[in-house]
Design a binder for this molecule. Structure first.
Ligand code: OAD
Length: 245
């Protein structure tokens, strides 16, 4: 079967990486995106923003993919699987998924805010034994080519998505028979438009999320369970040839 996955922060939650909008524990419940996740914020206070993304990169570096990530990667052996993620971590890749489209960029793809040069090795992942504490400042390194600041490789509010990742997402949705949407609140566009595109194109849509979301209105089925459990159930249903959604 041709299966596309669209994953969000809930996919990484069981690995210990915080989501954005869960009450109390979500990053946007504890931190102000206006101060941390826009280009203006970075230009205003680069050390605050760089320190915060270094802290997040360290959380991700310590985290391990869980059984759900591994379950998606295993499906590649028997099915045509494409993975599109809003997550800026590398847990799908570390579990063995190939060709993951990162709609919101990557924590591990820092680049110069001036000339766009990438830095090798990525400075966000270096010196992980001395990462800033939560909320602490650390000045970003400077580009050796032009002297401007190095910025995290993530998509900030108000920025366009990387064109190659968006094209890959559209291809995945068009090519699939089943779109499985895992662990996203379905609130951030344009990623949030993908399930409706799939449904309008006649694809089946399954949602896996323990909590109710607006996606339930258009999904053919919503499994109210965590990613790990839902993907295990999906793997079993596919192996038995049972209808999914
Ligand atoms: P959200 O934090 O908005 O939503 C996470 C979703 O995961 C919620 O619907 C939770 O119910 C669900 N969830 C929590 N634990 C789960 C689990 N164990 N298994 C499955 N689902 C679980 O995160 P996103 O939808 O990914 O953008 O947010 C989209 C974008 O908003 C992010 O990529 C980020 C943020 O601002 C940028 O940074 C550009």
């Amino acid at each position: 079967m041709r299966i596309a996955f669209l994953t969000g922060a809930g996919m990484s939650a069981e690995s210990g990486v915080p989501t954005f909008r869960d009450a109390l524990t979500g990053l946007w419940a504890r931190f102000d995106p206006e101060r941390l996740a826009t280009e203006n914020a970075f230009r205003r206070d680069p050390a605050l923003v760089w320190g915060w993304y270094r802290w997040r990169a360290a959380l991700v570096a310590k985290a391990q993919p869980h059984a759900g990530h591994a379950g998606i990667a295993r499906l590649q052996d028997r099915h045509d699987v494409r993975v599109v993620t809003q997550n800026v971590d590398d847990l799908h890749e570390r579990a063995g998924s190939r060709g993951v489209a990162h709609l919101h960029g990557s924590l591990f793809a820092s680049r110069c805010i001036g000339c766009g040069s990438r830095v090798d090795p990525d400075p966000i992942a270096s010196g992980m034994e001395a990462v800033p504490a939560e909320g602490a400042r650390e000045p970003p390194p400077r580009c050796t080519a032009c002297g401007e600041a190095i910025r995290p490789g993530v998509v900030w509010f108000g920025e366009a998505l990387p064109a190659d990742a968006w094209d890959a997402a559209l291809d995945a949705v068009r090519a699939c028979e089943l779109l499985v949407v895992v662990g996203t609140s379905g609130l951030v566009h344009p990623a949030a438009a993908l399930p409706a595109l799939a449904r309008d194109a006649g694809r089946r849509v399954l949602e896996i999320n323990p909590d109710a979301t607006p996606l339930a209105a258009l999904a053919h089925a919503s499994w109210r369970m965590k990613a790990g459990e839902g993907i295990a159930r999906l793997g079993q249903a596919l192996a038995r040839g049972e209808p999914i959604a």
